[in-house]
Write a protein that binds this ligand. Structure first.
Ligand SMILES: Nc1ncnc2c1ncn2[C@@H]1O[C@H](COP(=O)(O)OP(=O)(O)OP(=O)(O)O)[C@@H](O)[C@H]1O
Ligand SMILES: [Mg+2]
Length: 225
């Protein structure tokens, strides 16, 4: 599976979720490559800060032709997770072309709902090349015990891209663990933040597997016709 975290809006949690999804998959015993497609190099900075043994490989690939380079990398790993850049449309477009699945992190705020239009437009443009691509919103930094998460889910409905049922709450543990090049799934594996990440990863894997079997079925159907 090649999964990209994309949203041209800055600071929505692309890097945080990319690193945590990669870590959770690695802890499940999967081989993972994290591709930093952001010229800011935040995922590379995270990896450089890390004292502990690496859980997964990280490469920097902030290039407009990254979709041409990724297949060679992808052949060596079970999962490739792409951390997308803010603003730069060309890099986001290349990441869309490279991926089987796109996750769009959004914070529970109307500003994030409006700003999501940019990535949705890019996805629509690319849809002709990527017929079987799976796209989902994921709510990040949800404030526990508020209704705003629900409102945002409703507002996102107008984009016709489903919202994952798992979401990630606002928790200081995310920033704290990042400061040490770590992740919440390592620092507090039984904590709520880790639970939410594991739930998110399970949902991603179940969607990816389900779609795969769909594709295989339609492939079989084509062969038998
Ligand atoms: N669920 C969360 N709880 C608390 N803090 C969070 C959460 N998700 C992200 N953050 C914090 O929000 C800030 C922005 O997150 P992050 O860098 O992951 O966003 P980004 O989309 O990658 O930003 P950019 O667009 O600049 O690449 C960081 O300081 C991060 O630690
Ligand atoms: Mg980032």
């Amino acid at each position: 599976m090649i999964l990209a975290l994309l949203n041209q809006k800055g600071g929505v949690g692309k890097t945080t979720l990319a690193v945590h999804i990669a870590a959770a998959l690695a802890l499940k015993g999967r081989s993972v490559l994290l591709v930093d497609a952001d010229p800011q190099g935040s995922a590379l900075d995270w990896a450089a800060t890390r004292q502990a043994d690496p859980l997964f490989s990280v490469v920097g690939l902030p290039k407009n032709n990254l979709h041409k380079e990724i297949p060679a990398h992808a052949a060596k790993y079970e999962h490739v997770i792409i951390d997308g850049p803010p603003r730069v449309n060309e890099l986001a477009r290349a990441a869309i072309l490279a991926s089987d699945m796109i996750l769009i992190p959004v914070q529970p705020s109307p500003y994030d709902v409006w700003a999501a239009k940019d990535i949705v437009d890019l996805l629509r443009e690319a849809a002709v090349f990527k017929e079987n691509q799976i796209c989902r919103f994921v709510i990040n930094r949800k404030i526990v015990n508020t209704a705003i998460g629900r409102d945002v889910v409703d507002a996102l409905g107008s984009y016709n891209i489903p919202v994952l049922s798992s979401s990630i709450a606002q928790r200081v543990a995310f920033a704290e663990s990042a400061g040490e090049g770590g992740t919440v799934v390592e620092t507090d594996p039984a904590g709520q933040a880790a639970d939410e990440i594991n739930e998110l990863v399970d949902e991603i894997l179940s969607i990816a597997t389900h779609e795969d079997s769909h594709e295989q079925k339609s492939e079989l159907r084509r062969q038998t016709v």
